[in-house]
Design a protein around this ligand. Structure first.
Ligand SMILES: C=C(O[C@@H]1C=C(C(=O)O)C=C[C@H]1O)C(=O)O
Length: 359
């Protein structure tokens, strides 16, 4: 897939001096609620009003959105405030209705992106549209599936594209509703630097107290924009009450967020930086050298195991190594989760090297 500057022209043309902000209620509930939100946001840095019209819910029986009757409310909000309108589409029928109403921005939700049949159907319904189409990540941490949805849209001649990072489902409960796994959007950005990347802190956190920090992290990682659920009376929202914030909190957050420069401008800092980066490069070379030495030793053990027909996995030794390294790591200021992931990867590689000795 080739993503070019043409695909982000819609965003560049807005000529914003700050990240794009899309805000609005999780669900459109009443005409008053939609208009009240839009008017409260109209003189701020918000460019687009979002609202769920059709809501995919985990369990049946929850509020599933008011449906197409909300579209005239949203278009009235656009007329009165100048905000562009963004809604989620989950089927070809939704697309058809949204296009009839001339909705500006359509997004595919996480539960849609997981399903290539549905994405294909939606992409075909959107064929050749000049509307902006944004793709939320799939619920599972699968970058190919995410980009696959963008490719299906591109194949239908859709040029105004972007992606939204809303975090990934986990079985085990974490501090987040959906784990951000920042490495995935970072990989996406490295692969496709011109694809507009928007963060949805509402679905990542599931909790309004954490919204600011996740917005700041996203900006520090050079995201192009934010999509934040905003409701006049969040506690009374018909869906996602815990994660919505008021328009005035949204405005305060936009004021408090720090937008960082892309690069250093101070010459003395640049010189210092060169030295530090050289030191880091030298250490990286040493780390890789040490890791290959470690793997050679594992191979020596592998040869002995083969000779005596001993199993590769030695659980007690491995457990001892991991806990010794966690202790040493903690003394050196390294987090338990980092040592855990790092040593598990080393152990896997070591097993792999020993397996080769058995072949
Ligand atoms: C290196 C060995 O083989 C395996 C790999 C280990 C490692 O890389 O730390 C530890 C124990 C084994 O599961 C060994 O038996 O000592």
């Amino acid at each position: 897939m080739e993503i070019t500057r043409e695909n982000r022209k819609w965003l560049d043309d807005l000529q914003l001096s700050h990240p794009l902000v899309i805000a609005g209620p999780c669900s459109a509930e009443t005409e008053e609620q939609v208009l009240e939100t839009a008017h409260a946001l109209k003189d701020s840095d918000v460019t687009m009003l979002r609202a769920g019209v059709w809501k995919p819910r985990t369990r049946p029986g929850s509020f599933e959105g008011v449906g197409a009757i909300a579209l005239p409310w949203l278009m009235r909000a656009k007329k009165e405030t100048g905000l562009q309108i963004a809604i989620e589409v989950g089927s070809a029928m939704h697309v058809k209705i949204a296009l009839q109403y001339d909705i500006d921005v359509l997004w595919l939700g996480a539960r849609t992106t997981v399903n290539p049949f549905l994405v294909q159907e939606i992409a075909e319904a959107l064929n050749g549209t000049d509307k902006v189409v944004l793709v939320k990540n799939p619920v599972n941490p699968d970058l190919s599936l995410w980009l696959g949805a963008v490719e299906r849209l591109q194949a239908q001649g859709i040029k105004n594209l972007g992606v939204i990072h809303r975090g990934f489902s986990t079985y085990r409960k974490t501090d987040y509703r959906n784990n951000p796994q920042w490495q995935i959007p970072i990989d996406l950005k490295s692969k496709h630097p011109d694809l507009p990347l928007i963060c949805d802190p509402s679905h990542i956190t599931g909790n309004r107290e954490m919204i600011f920090d996740v917005c700041q992290t996203a900006l520090d990682l050079r995201f192009d924009g934010l999509m934040v659920e905003t409701h006049p009376t969040p506690e009374q929202a018909w869906s996602d009450a815990a994660q919505q914030i008021t328009p005035s909190t949204m405005i305060q957050i936009m004021e408090d967020l720090r937008i960082r420069k892309k690069d250093f401008s101070d010459a003395s800092a640049t010189e210092n930086l060169e030295h530090i980066r050289t030191d880091i490069n030298n250490l990286d070379t040493k780390i890789i050298g040490l890791l290959s030495q470690r793997m050679k030793l594992a191979e020596d053990i592998g040869a002995l195991k083969k000779k005596d027909n001993v199993s590769i996995l030695q659980s007690e030794i491995w457990k001892r190594t991991l806990s010794r390294m966690k202790e040493q790591g903690a003394n050196g200021g390294l987090s338990d989760s980092f040592i855990d992931a790092f040593y598990k990867a080393i152990h896997q590689e070591s097993i792999h090297h020993q397996q080769k000795m058995f072949d």
